[in-house]
Design a binder for this molecule. Structure first.
Ligand SMILES: Nc1ncnc2c1ncn2[C@@H]1O[C@H](COP(=O)(O)OP(=O)(O)O)[C@@H](O)[C@H]1O
Ligand SMILES: [Mg+2]
Length: 326
């Protein structure tokens, strides 16, 4: 059974005629990283807030782990769900350690367990333990967001809701935190609902993309599938689905080799640049162009697996576009 089931979930704010979220139904499996993508005002935040019951739905049902969320007290529910927002929501008058300990304290963990947990979480989000005694204003924006993440993870919730958590950060800090989040997810296997209106962030993070427009879901599928077959012109424009480089960034050298067989010249070429199987094809193409457009060898642990040429890349692109599972 799916971990989250939304069944015609609807929210109409008082005095409004049009619902902010309109009969939305979807299922999310445990451990999935789902990114909610859509333009400003399409209902992403409203949908997220119905999941932890900061907003009560006007109609429809929401099950988490088989339990109707309305059958649980809202406070108990929220302690079981990690929540990260753009403005971090850190308490400015509390030290970092106190901020992280908020939920464990509400859950009445004993002191030693809380202390150990704070250290463990600071390590996990790669902040020095010496930051424990600082206040949020004594940290950079990116560091504050790491604390926000640590606080959300504190009581080890199985579900994380993240509402544009990296929206206020500069591009470099943002990319680094995206990497960190993926690394943490590989270790902890949370179920994550992550809101963004940044397409590249969405494509980088998502197992599946849930694309919204005006309160409704227009497409819910893997990044590759959505890019290859956008449901309509709105999705096509939103994702820039005609952008070949964007599609290449979702395919790896290994994908291209697998579909191209192992033919070609496998002799090593001394000083030449090489590719790894895990490199994405956008990166591979850039390196190939820099090397004068010559095919580049793919090397894994000193063994040459094959070569990537402009033709291999073109072939991988067409194949992935036309041979997707539904
Ligand atoms: N508390 C509220 N009261 C009334 N209208 C709201 C409230 N919150 C959001 N809305 C409206 O609901 C729609 C969806 O908003 P929101 O979920 O915040 O969008 P998003 O997060 O996708 O930018 C918008 O039209 C917004 O103005
Ligand atoms: Mg929002």
């Amino acid at each position: 059974m799916a971990f989250i089931i939304a069944d015609r979930l609807t929210k109409t704010f008082p005095g409004e005629t049009r619902p902010a979220v309109d009969q939305v139904s979807f299922e999310i499996k445990q451990g999935e990283f789902v990114v909610l993508l859509g333009p400003s005002g399409c209902g992403k935040t409203t949908l997220l807030k119905m999941i932890n019951r900061l907003y009560e739905p006007t109609s429809g049902r929401l099950l988490i782990d088989g339990v109707d969320v309305r059958s649980m007290p809202a406070t108990a529910l929220r302690r079981r769900i990690g929540y990260v927002i753009q403005q971090t929501g850190l308490f400015p008058h509390l030290r970092i350690e106190q901020n992280i300990a908020v939920v464990p304290q509400l859950l009445r963990w004993d002191r030693a367990r809380i202390e150990a947990r704070i250290d463990e979480l600071l390590d996990l989000v790669e902040l020095p333990r010496s930051y424990r005694r600082r206040y949020p204003r004594q940290l950079s924006g990116g560091e504050q967001q790491r604390v926000g993440l640590a606080r959300a993870l504190a009581a080890d919730p199985s579900l994380m809701l993240m509402d544009e958590p990296f929206g206020a950060l500069d591009a470099i800090t943002r990319a680094r935190l995206q990497e960190e989040l993926l690394r943490i997810q590989q270790r902890l296997h949370k179920t994550i609902l992550f809101v963004t209106h940044d397409v590249d962030e969405a494509l980088r993070l998502a197992d599946r993309l849930l694309i919204m427009r005006a309160g409704r879901i227009v497409q819910f599928d893997t990044p590759l599938a959505v890019l290859a077959e956008p449901a309509d012109d709105f999705v096509r424009d939103l994702l820039g689905a005609d952008d070949v480089l964007r599609r290449l960034s979702l395919l790896t050298v290994a994908d291209a080799l697998a579909s191209d067989g192992m033919n070609g010249d496998h002799t090593a070429h001394g000083s030449q640049e090489t590719l790894n199987p895990g490199d994405n094809l956008r990166e591979a193409l850039i390196r190939m162009l820099r090397s004068g457009g010559q095919p580049l060898p793919v090397v894994d642990n000193g063994r040459q697996l094959g070569r990537i040429s402009p033709d291999t890349i073109a072939a991988a692109l067409t194949r992935k576009t036309h041979a997707l599972p539904d």
